[in-house]
Ligand binder design. Sequence first.
Ligand SMILES: NC(=O)c1ccc[n+]([C@@H]2O[C@H](COP(=O)([O-])OP(=O)(O)OC[C@H]3O[C@@H](n4cnc5c(N)ncnc54)[C@H](O)[C@@H]3O)[C@@H](O)[C@H]2O)c1
Length: 385
Amino acid sequence: MKTIRFGIIGCGLMGKEFASAAARWCHLVDPAARPEIVAICNRSEKPFAWFTENFPTITQVTHDYKALLANPDVDAVYIALPHDLHEQTYIDAIRAGKHLMGEKPFGIDLQANRAIADAIAKHPDVFVRCVSQFPFYPAVQHLGTMVEQKKFGRILNVQTGFLHSSDLDRDKPINWKRMIESNGEYGVMGDLGMHACHVPLRAGWRPMRASSGELKISSVLSNVVTERWTDKTRSEKTPCKTWDNATVLIHAHDPQTDNQFPWTLRTERIAPGEKNSWYVEVLGETMSAKWNSREANTLHVLDHQATGGAQNWQQLQTGYSPRYATITGGIFEFGFTDAILQMWAAYLHEMVTGEVPNSFAGCVTPDEVTVSHEIFTAALQSANG
Ligand SMILES: NC(=O)c1ccc[n+]([C@@H]2O[C@H](COP(=O)([O-])OP(=O)(O)OC[C@H]3O[C@@H](n4cnc5c(N)ncnc54)[C@H](O)[C@@H]3O)[C@@H](O)[C@H]2O)c1
């Protein structure tokens, strides 16, 4: 099996998730390649001990990402940094000839994303994808197969979203994800939006354009908490200007059936009752399906033709039936860290073989990311106009 030697730039929450997935690569049956963590880079010292204690393969530990990119023993990099650092680090990685898995939103704004896209176009030998793991849940893979097999018929209505509630706590201090300078003008859309775009964009559904050329998109954006504690000492407050909640209505087009439909995309940090709910609902003329990570192992399917017109949602228990085979028995439950492992399996599989087993079993492409940026930018324009 081929080994791809990885450097991790940004050893925070997500840097550790990738390293942990790499550590249990033996979970996968016959993967096309395996990752080996050989280099790490982080601004602060703090996470280094966890990495070096758990990964004896690491030979480079640095605060300087350029030193990591200059390391000839690194084949590929995972970059999981605050959004204001995406543009420069992604472009530098691509120019250094390193394969790249970049975290969303893949550039702090549309302009940054376009600059990254330019670098990718100039280096076609470098394999680049963006992180988004939720479609790798077996139930969502099943929904993707329904799309491929045209089971929905004419698409009538699509709803996708990602909802959190931790920011209901007004006592929570501000961090980089709540600051425009580091998180970006998109606010919550930059943080959660790519996840909610992945399935519709992979299905080929795209926002329509008006005759003026503008995307047919409207939005309501809310900044609920306008100031937060500056730090954990809770002695002074600082303005919190990022959008907390976004509802975006997209006039979408399905090229499979050449029909138009409303796609409502919600990303919220202040959604009472929702701890970490990622969801997708597709209503079609012949069949419908819906899934929510709150009930991760159940796909709800409505086949009203098969049931003689009865409006009868059925529950399909998907168990542990991921796209990339593993050692786990099919009756067991699937969860967040399994989705991360599957996404990484998809990334390495596509990098090494040049293909994916089916279209929903691939990571987000740079072109799809750019469409997500166009959607968020149009949503900002709608809110400001
Ligand atoms: N896929 C997901 O589900 C998911 C979840 C959370 C975050 N993310 C994305 O991952 C990325 C990182 O988010 P996170 O939650 O891991 O953040 P984090 O704050 O936990 O980690 C970021 C790390 O980057 C380091 N860092 C900052 N500036 C640096 C620099 N100049 N050089 C080297 N290291 C530097 C910090 O010290 C920190 O350890 C973001 O793009 C975010 O949108 C994705």
